[in-house]
Design a protein around this ligand. Structure first.
Ligand code: PHE
Length: 343
């Protein structure tokens, strides 16, 4: 035991006079190295009388720990001193330009989605993530698109090797899933948006890609009327584009809404006066929408004689393109850093 204490004093004493990195590493191998003083002590354990062995072992362990942490403290002290000295003597040229750091950024589409989500969240809509790989039945049949509907054509839809499983062609199947999963058998109102990627087997051009994103909206309640749909979308447009944004509704058709409307917002680039972007109409189409079809309500578990709702689907890429003057939709998922780094 006294040998341990002596070693301890000796080691710490020597350490105090160590001022260079070389001397420090010599000190380390002398005391803490494989064949160092402490290592040898561990080797002696076998020769210690049994009753003292445990205590001896513990003390050597403690000594090793203490010396190791004293070493670390000394090491960082020496490093700091060396650095300070180098700086003083001008060995480090602090005028050299730093190497530029690659910064990650948010994808332009992600940015628009975040803007959307913030606005819809403020208006009481919760984000509901539905799935990208979907059942044929939910993507189509449950939305009132019967088996012979042309949208199911192989030309439009990516099917998996299982003909009942496909990549969703729109975010609307999320309506069925949200109603079934949040509606508690048609007893609870719902207010959600469903953002995400959709896929269509299309000829890829500057204006159409086989993947893009949509933001679906769905509100189900006991007294929801068309005026609620119009008011809600108009409010969104004001928050998204400008506080005076005008919105207009055109009659349209979707199998899963009745009545259906296309939503236009006054062109935010020319303020409605007419420009190249809005093709001199003064309006930009921002959404498909309508009152949820009674069949769809029923498929979601709701009784359409008591419940009603509205739904809409928006395409954030188009808005992002207009906003940033992006002329080709293929840039979005082409993963070209020269494009992505601009955001
Ligand atoms: N799912 C439709 C589309 O992809 C958009 C839409 C959603 C229309 C909800 C009405 C209601 O074009």
């Amino acid at each position: 035991m006294s040998q341990i204490e002596e070693t301890r004093q000796e080691a710490l004493g020597e350490l105090e006079s160590v001022i260079t990195a070389d001397a420090l590493s010599q000190w380390k191998s002398k005391f803490l190295g494989k064949k160092g003083v402490v290592g040898k002590m561990f080797g002696q354990i076998g020769g210690i009388p049994k009753e003292e062995r445990a205590a001896f072992g513990q003390n050597v362990n403690a000594l090793q720990k203490e010396l190791a942490s004293a070493f670390e403290a000394r090491e960082s002290l020496i490093q700091a001193q060396t650095l300070a000295q180098d700086l003083e003597e001008g060995e480090i040229d602090i005028t050299l330009p730093a190497r530029p750091r690659q910064m990650g950024g948010l994808h332009p589409s992600t940015r628009t989605h975040r803007e959307f989500q913030t606005i819809w969240a403020d208006m009481g809509f919760q984000v509901y993530q539905s799935r990208e790989v979907e059942e044929d039945e939910i993507n189509f049949t449950m939305l009132n698109l019967p088996p012979h509907h042309p949208a199911r054509d192989m030309q439009d839809t990516f099917y998996t090797t299982n003909p009942n499983v496909l990549l969703r062609t729109h975010t609307s199947p999320g309506q069925i899933r949200a109603m079934r999963e949040l509606g508690e058998n048609g007893t609870k109102p719902i207010r959600v948006i469903l953002p995400g990627m959709v896929y269509r087997q299309e000829q890829v051009t500057a204006r159409s890609e086989y993947q893009f994103t949509q933001v679906e909206g769905l509100a189900i309640g006991r007294n929801i009327r068309m005026s609620d749909l119009k008011g809600t979308i108009s409010e969104f447009a004001k928050r998204m584009y400008n506080p005076n944004a005008k919105v207009r509704y055109r009659a349209s058709y979707f199998p899963f809404t009745e009545p259906s409307m296309e939503v236009d917002v006054e062109c935010f680039l020319c303020g409605g006066e007419g420009c190249r972007v809005c093709k001199y109409t003064g309006w930009l189409e921002i959404a498909g929408s309508g009152m949820v079809h009674p069949t769809v309500l029923r498929n979601g578990g709701y009784d359409p004689s008591e419940w009603s709702g509205f739904a809409f689907g928006m395409g954030p890429e188009r808005i992002t393109m207009l906003k940033h003057g992006i002329t080709d939709i293929r840039y979005f998922w082409g993963n070209d850093l020269r494009f992505l780094q601009q955001f």
